[in-house]
Design a protein around this ligand. Structure first.
Ligand code: 7TS
Length: 406
């Protein structure tokens, strides 16, 4: 094993507790990961010693807080290999990043009859903002279908693309199925038609190396809380030449250069898109979470999770009577499945009583459930701190559920 699991687990106080009298097994990492001590300490240290508003005071603390926030922006830039910090907008998370882009493009780019392409395996946060954009602008939503395997139908995608296509957006990794989408190919095909592209990387940045320059998407977004960082903060990367042309999202402090009643001029990038006092400590928390990931190495994290995925998939297959939802060749550490004849909610409730946290339901991807004609799935999703021993206990739990209900 490439990573020292014991040493990693020691950094997560939340993992060392009992739930319903059993040691906690936390397999709900696609919803949010647990936080290492270094992230919690960075947040506590900021509030204990450095708290101040940023970008406005001449005093010591304000300058210190500003420096730390801007260092966090630089760490984010390096983490995704963006060309410039002007292209790194700190948001409330993936959801806000997508709403920012959809709202600004509705005002600026989309015309009646234009087409926006999304995929059939998006999280609701990459569906609803585009439906709203269509309502506002008269654009039309098109959906790339998904094959039984959980892979996108790339032939159908090629056929959907046309001169009317203005925008394409897909997730990098599906939260409901674990499918890793061919985002470079999707992006370059869209660019051939002159369309802009946004990649929802919420499930990717915790698990794989992301280089926005080689992906070449126009926008890329993610949330800190799925990558060992705090909740309510995330990132929108956007290409400078597009961000410069885009109108602002929210109005207020920070995003202006000069305000007069006759009219206002807007601030330079990235501040034009960061109205109001930002989540300063959130930015500092992202920096700490990136440090945590980089100390282990994202390739080592990916390898550890791939081993867990392969092991858990095989052990579930060996039980029998399990239907896997999503069996793409390229998959991240997410297993969505159903035990024949057992409602996912009942199964999840019993596993919870055994101290095992998995997700059950539609995972904010209702169209995926409709596609497979199921009410929901059981979803186990892994992080670097999970172990094969935990999977063994989980398998015993699944067997217990099966015995009880079938
Ligand atoms: N996009 C994807 C692919 C996601 O998985 C999620 C959250 C989001 C967007 C929204 O992220 P947020 O941080 O703005 O809320 N996914 C999940 C999940 O799978 N279970 O709970 C949240």
């Amino acid at each position: 094993m490439a990573v020292d699991i014991k040493q990693i687990r020691a950094q997560f106080p939340a993992l060392h507790q009992e739930v319903h009298g059993h040691p906690l097994i936390y397999f709900d990492n696609a919803a949010t990961s647990q936080k290492p001590k270094m992230v919690v300490d960075a947040i506590a240290h900021y509030y204990n010693k450095e708290n101040s508003n940023i970008h406005r005071g001449v005093h010591y603390l304000s300058q210190k807080a500003t420096d730390k926030y801007e260092l966090a922006r630089e760490a984010i830039r390096r983490f995704i290999n963006a060309p410039s910090t002007e292209e790194i907008i700190i948001t409330r998370g993936t959801t806000e990043a997508i709403n920012l882009v959809s709202s600004c493009l509705s005002k600026w780019l989309f015309q009646p009859g234009d087409e926006i392409i999304i995929s059939a395996i998006e999280h609701h946060s990459n569906i609803v903002p585009w439906q709203m954009a269509c309502e506002q602008s008269g654009a039309i939503l098109k959906v790339i279908p998904v094959l039984d395997s959980g892979e996108l139908d790339m032939n159908a995608y090629r056929n959907l693309l046309s001169d009317k296509t203005k925008f394409v957006t897909v997730n990098h990794i599906s939260n409901a199925l674990g499918t890793i989408n061919p985002v470079e190919e999707i992006t370059s095909l869209a660019h051939e038609k002159g369309a802009l592209v946004l990649i929802d990387g919420a499930q990717a940045t915790p698990h794989m190396s992301v280089d926005v320059q080689s992906l070449n998407a126009d926008f890329y977004c993610f949330s800190a809380h799925k990558m060992y960082g705090p909740t309510g903060v995330g990132v929108l990367f956007g290409k400078k030449e597009i961000l410069e042309k885009m109108p602002p999202y929210h109005g207020g402090g920070e995003m202006i250069k000069e305000v007069k009643f006759e009219g206002t001029t807007y601030n330079d990038l990235p501040f034009k898109f960061e109205a109001g006092t930002p989540n300063i400590v959130g930015g500092i928390g992202i920096e700490a979470s990136i440090r945590f990931i980089e100390e282990i190495g994202i390739e080592n994290i990916a390898q550890q999770e791939a081993e867990l995925l392969a092991y858990a998939t095989q052990r579930l297959k060996d039980i029998g009577g399990i239907r896997f939802i999503g069996e793409a060749k390229e998959k991240a550490g997410v297993i969505s499945f159903i035990i024949d004849g057992v409602h996912p909610y009942d199964a999840g409730t019993i596993l919870d009583k055994l101290g095992i946290a998995i997700r059950t339901g539609h995972h904010c991807a209702q169209p995926v459930m409709d596609r497979y004609s199921i009410p929901g799935t059981m979803r186990a999703s892994f992080a670097v701190y999970n172990t094969k021993e935990e999977i063994d206990t989980f398998i015993e739990g699944v067997q217990k559920v099966k015995q009880l209900f079938t």
